[in-house]
Write a protein that binds this ligand. Structure first.
Ligand SMILES: NC(=O)c1ccc[n+]([C@@H]2O[C@H](COP(=O)([O-])OP(=O)(O)OC[C@H]3O[C@@H](n4cnc5c(N)ncnc54)[C@H](OP(=O)(O)O)[C@@H]3O)[C@@H](O)[C@H]2O)c1
Length: 371
């Protein structure tokens, strides 16, 4: 008697993963458009909001309107080796901002630096190594950056990961949560003193931008438990990604409250960049992906439109003093009830702080806490 074992070729599995990813993207687009017919039409037509910007505004437009090239600012942009982060770094550097790019892939970062310098020979780009899923790597990056003695006006927490299967970081934490949320939490904590000092020395408002996603609306309080986020019993990639994106907003809400209590001249906000064809399907190019993307292309943003909200929140005088808010299409927008819950934000901050203090390689990390 013979048994036949069918092993699916990896190309079929890859196609299934691609289809799943594309379906998720289309659902996200629909969710982001559904709230009202008016909002849908506004998005599709690119109708501008009260501040003069809308879904079709590009990062370059926003940056040109927002700052004079004579203003010498320093910004850190995570995840700038591709997609929305690369465009953010490009337009900021073109306008004279000194851009620090922490990257895990230094070759990619060097290539980006070369292409920015080719377009803008005056650009000042500093590259340094970081793996945002590793506490030790973040500590190394921060010591290195702080030892340069540079000011820090803007921190853009943009890097993001979507992991279809369960993986763990070197700190033994689920990889999506470790990268998208915990890594940026620690990075922000370690750099906050520098941002606060720069703001008080220069009188220029410090700005922190957490890049979240409209997909955060998928999560409710029932499926948002800190211990399960660290080590989920059953894993779903889209859910893990959405949970990390709620955490990005809750982080912005709680830190904003603390900064206000300290009377620091620093704001922190969260943004949804829009749906952009970026690295999320980087490894799955092919007929199916390209066809589905072609069909959905009228609903997608270009990378430059995708970087616009981040640049608006990081630079525009129109958001001066606004903190703890959520933005989409360069306008203030509504986030989910969970993301708005002050108690949840405070709880998450305390749990995160306790975890990091337990796991950190001993070093002087001053937590921002206004207890
Ligand atoms: N694209 C969209 O439709 C969309 C929609 C809503 C929200 N977002 C958010 O927008 C942000 C940017 O995403 P994107 O679409 O531009 O994605 P992307 O093209 O895949 O870029 C992600 C960036 O994050 C970096 N990164 C990932 N893991 C890292 C780690 N462990 N350490 C350091 N860097 C790491 C990547 O570096 P490598 O080059 O080394 O991989 C890359 O530079 C993300 O936060 C994402 O969640 C995107």
């Amino acid at each position: 008697m013979y048994f036949t074992i069918y092993i699916w070729p990896s190309s079929i599995i890859a196609s299934i993963l691609v289809c799943k990813a594309i379906i998720i993207i289309i659902i996200i687009i629909i969710i982001s458009l559904v709230p009202s017919m008016k909002a849908t039409l506004k998005y599709l037509a690119g109708i501008r909001g009260p501040n003069g910007y809308g879904s079709k505004t590009t990062a370059e437009q926003v940056v040109e309107d927002s700052m004079s090239p004579s203003l010498k600012l320093t910004a850190i942009v995570t995840g700038a080796t591709s997609g929305i982060g690369a465009e953010t770094a490009r337009v900021l550097a073109k306008r004279g901002v000194r851009v620090v790019i922490p990257a895990r892939n230094l070759r990619k970062a060097e290539k980006l630096k070369e292409s920015i310098e080719k377009e803008s020979p005056e650009a000042e780009i500093i590259i340094s190594e970081i793996d945002l899923s590793s506490f030790a790597s973040i500590q190394r990056f921060c010591s290195e950056f702080l030892s340069l003695g540079l000011p820090l006006h803007i921190l853009i927490n943009n890097a993001g990961k979507y992991s279809p299967k369960l993986e763990f970081s070197e700190d033994k934490i689920e990889l999506t949560f470790a990268t998208n949320y915990l890594g940026h939490f620690l990075l922000t904590e370690m750099l906050l003193g520098k941002i606060v000092d720069t703001a008080s020395e220069t009188g220029i408002e410090g700005r922190i931008v957490n890049v979240s996603s409209v997909i955060h609306t998928w999560v409710n309080t029932r499926n948002f438990s800190f211990t399960k986020l660290l080590n989920p019993k059953s894993y779903n990639g889209a859910r893990a990604y959405a949970q990390s994106k709620v955490a990005n907003i809750l982080h912005a809400k709680e830190l904003s409250r603390q900064l206000k209590a300290r009377k620091a001249n620093v704001t922190i906000n969260a943004v949804h960049p829009g749906i952009v064809k970026t690295g999320i399907v980087r490894d799955y190019r092919g007929f199916i992906t390209d066809s589905l993307y072609f069909m959905a292309s009228k609903l997608l943003k270009s990378t430059s439109q995708g970087a616009a909200t981040t640049c608006y929140v990081a630079l525009s005088p129109k958001v001066g003093g606004l903190s703890g808010k959520y933005f989409a299409d360069c306008n203030e927008s509504h986030c989910s009830d969970l993301a708005n819950e002050e108690i949840e934000a405070r709880k998450l901050w305390e749990q995160t702080r306790a975890l990091i203090q337990r796991r950190l390689v001993p070093q002087n990390v001053e937590f921002s806490a206004a207890k």
